[in-house]
Design a protein around this ligand. Sequence first.
Ligand SMILES: Cc1ncc(C[n+]2csc(CCOP(=O)(O)OP(=O)(O)O)c2C)c(N)n1
Ligand SMILES: [Mg+2]
Length: 1031
Amino acid sequence: MLSSVAARLSRRARGLQPLAVRAFQSSGDKLGEAEPVPLSKLKDSFLDGTSSSYLEELEERYRANPRSVDKTWASFFHSMDMGVPAVAVAEAYDAFERGEVTSPLTAAAISNQTIQESMRLLLMVRAFQVMGHYASTLDPLGIEERPKVKELDPAYYGFTEKDLDREFYLGTWNMEGFMAEGRQVRTLREILARLRETYCGSIGYEYMHIPDSERCNWLRARIETAEPQVYSQEEKLRILDRLTWSEMFESFLANKYTAAKRFGLEGCEALIPGMKALIDSASDRGVDSVVIGMPHRGRLNVLANVMRKPMEAVFSEFAGRKPAKGGEGDTGDTYMGSGDVKYHLGTSYDRPTISGKRIHLSLLANPSHLEAVNTVAMGKVRAKQYYTDDNERIANLPILLHGDGAFAGQGIVYEGLDMSQLPEYTVGGTVHLVVNNQVAFTTDPRKSRSSPYCTDVAKALACPVFHVNADDAEAVVRVCELAAEWRQTWHGDVVIDLVGYRRYGHNEIDEPMFTQPIMYQAIKRHKNALQVYQDTLLKDGDISKEQIRAIADKVQQSLHDAFEGAKAYKPKKGDWLSSYWAGFMSPHQTSRIRNTGVPIELLKEVGEAITRLPEDFTPHRQIAKVYEARKAMVESGQGIDWGMAEALAFGTLLAEGNHVRLSGQDVERGTFSHRHAVVHDQKTGGTFTPLERVFHGQKPKQFTVANSSLSEYGVLGFELGYSIENPNALVIWEAQFGDFANGAQIIFDQFVSSGEAKWLRQTGLTVLLPHGYDGQGPEHSSARMERFLQMVDEDPYQLPTIDESKWFVGGHLGSQIQSCNWQVVNCTTPANYFHVLRRQLHRQFRKPLILFAPKNLLRHPLAKSPLAEFSESAIDKDIQGVRFKRVIMDESSTDRSFTPPQQPDFKRMVFCSGKVYYELAAERAKQGKQGEVALIRMEQMAPFPFDLVMREMRRFPNAEVMWCQEEPMNMGAYLHVQPRLQRSMEAMGRDVPRSIKYSGRPSMASTATGFGEVHAQEQADLINKALDVSY
Ligand SMILES: Cc1ncc(C[n+]2csc(CCOP(=O)(O)OP(=O)(O)O)c2C)c(N)n1
Ligand SMILES: [Mg+2]
């Protein structure tokens, strides 16, 4: 027989550690072998006075007849007899007395918990935290087969049925949630129930991959609440109301427009109450502006029920009506663009929230290309944060919606996530909502991703992921609220995976049974989410049938009224002007051409400021020289090179109060080591950016230059989004080499070239694409100029109106440049580069600029400009002030007037563009053909400078027209300029050749040869041919 209870309790008097700590020590505790000490002698509080004699008496009774004492006491003595350490029993009794446990039995049972058991229990809890989501009930249809997770079975840890009613203590000192210190002890049964309820219910939490324990703990505290969280009746009514709107909106559309595609939300209707809760919750935590990017699925529902786009407008668009004259907001301007389908349109709205605040919501227009809008939305938010000084990134929130197929499949998702924490790209966290209908068009998840969840890519960036069953509206609302709280607390991305189904086909006229028969049989039997929620509320007695009906009647009536109202609804004209854009012109409101020259004093001042390095700064020796040389350029007014011209353009724009942002791979130094916008201290490693200090009081980040992640698609999209927010910014994306721009082709095609036409959104985004044939091989020569030219929406055969009377005063071309979709420019002089950059902001409209950037001209001895060419004062008699030159005349010509004096001796006029000019000029000088062959540089290729080309034709009446380029015939500008040159010749009354004479590389599959020798020969041939007038 073991020593008596009294004996073992005596150890209590010797001062022992608290049970919780001791439970994790394997100290070879010999507590059970203590000396017997009479109870009456113990001084311990537990045993003084009446309690000790009471215990003695109880023990005596128990020994005589175990049934004679209360069964808790019986277990208490029994556990002592079974070898529970005395100190544990003493602790247990103390805990009982302090009211922490309901009976001494509880504590005694816990103390019976061995170290082994504690460990196993902890492992089990951990397993639920890490893998519980694999057993969560996410699929509303219940047909998804997921492998059983053995780690979630208590038997895996050696627990048996018998253990279920034993009580355990789980607390640890540094852990939130179930294992938090001071948590109530519970039976294993209760612990398991709470674990299953928490981790394997309608929500599957994935967060244990987050390496930061503070963040993990923060989430754990909110996930592992002691008791399940419940919503109040008022909150439940609100969820019901929102779900009703969501469901009835779709069914109303389905009834009224049976044959129309709308990419309905049915099967994921809880998205609407979820998004609204997310926005309410974000607003309560400081958000006042939300930018939403989303695909087709559920877009109309979001527009109507989240964005509050008038339902009349939605219905009217369904009828396919286009904005009409006399419509709301019509100013007589017919700026309408080519339009887009209803499920791609954007809108913005100020929405009141339930707590009485207002929040600005804007939904970006987007193309069909899934996920392409992601970084555009992020860029727009980043810009908003800059303009509103939201430096903590609290007030402006991006929400991105995704489809399950697209989120897993499109690489841009990762590109955006990778940008999410970069210093100049972070937006302080994006909330991602995946509308996971478990199918992508006709493709099952098994064939569209290689990992268990469509959201797995987000785990690479340590984002928490909350999977939720879309049939459980309250759970959806809960995770949406948690996501908002996470974003506002940790400023990181978070993902909600809303797992539902798709009630109909990919669109409503598609037959899903062809490809997903089993799923669609289940769907046919399945109640919709609104019915499911109504049933739950009724069953729990939370809400009456009458209340449910009242909500449904109200919604039905509103939909009906809006439908009737839509018949007379006059769609608004394009609401393209946001506040920052007030005063900007549509293509139908002609904007004057302005000069872009700068007063010489300002140039000098800026030039001084941007070449000054701090005294205690140690630049690299070569960089010091670069800066000294730049300083000398401004002081002498001579030899401004490319890098300095650019810096002067930036500096003067900044001095005029504009924002300048340059982003791309390695742009801080410049791929070709020509920029050095950021200088590195060779001793401290610190950096200095002179353009950040052009003038006193310059706003932080007013000049931003940022090396980007190695992404083209993501970063170009981001800068595009940035540029559409506010027109008073020069936003530039630079490709490392122009070739790489095709990694961002979707952004060029779907947004930059066509965004204004589709969505009436202007942008002055400037894209620098290094281009030029230097013999570096196929991948570093061509920026694929032909593609950008091919996308110009100009009619090659249509001459613009040319008003001779306005030749020098501006506006002689009417709105030619305003009505084209983008500008394609290839400068050959630093001054022209300076002006074209400044022109982007010095006009009353915005137009994307595709700018082919040079490589060898960066250091070419002749590619230099005098400071005078940057100035506002005219340096020749024919031009009022200095501005960008779309065409640079032959060096023999000086007269810029409409009808210049003729130069009849010239036999050939060679039109060319880019650095080939310098090679032509050098060879021409060598051959002494300056009076025979005119070299005319086309600096702007689109819109085509018909007016200036025709002037040159007037000047050289006897010269034949030739085009010379370095690129192969099927590339470069040849095929673009040919019909335009022909049209110009026709207009001049010249004979029009079947094809324009050509000197350049022959058509090729690859952009350039990989052999240096071949390159040199090709280059010499094309130069010689251009100068050989006998050819
Ligand atoms: C980049 C891109 N590739 C292909 C398509 C064609 N497409 C349209 S919807 C769709 C399926 C999308 O599936 P998912 O992302 O799951 O969205 P769901 O339609 O199921 O909501 C596809 C492949 C597209 N729109 N965009
Ligand atoms: Mg899908």
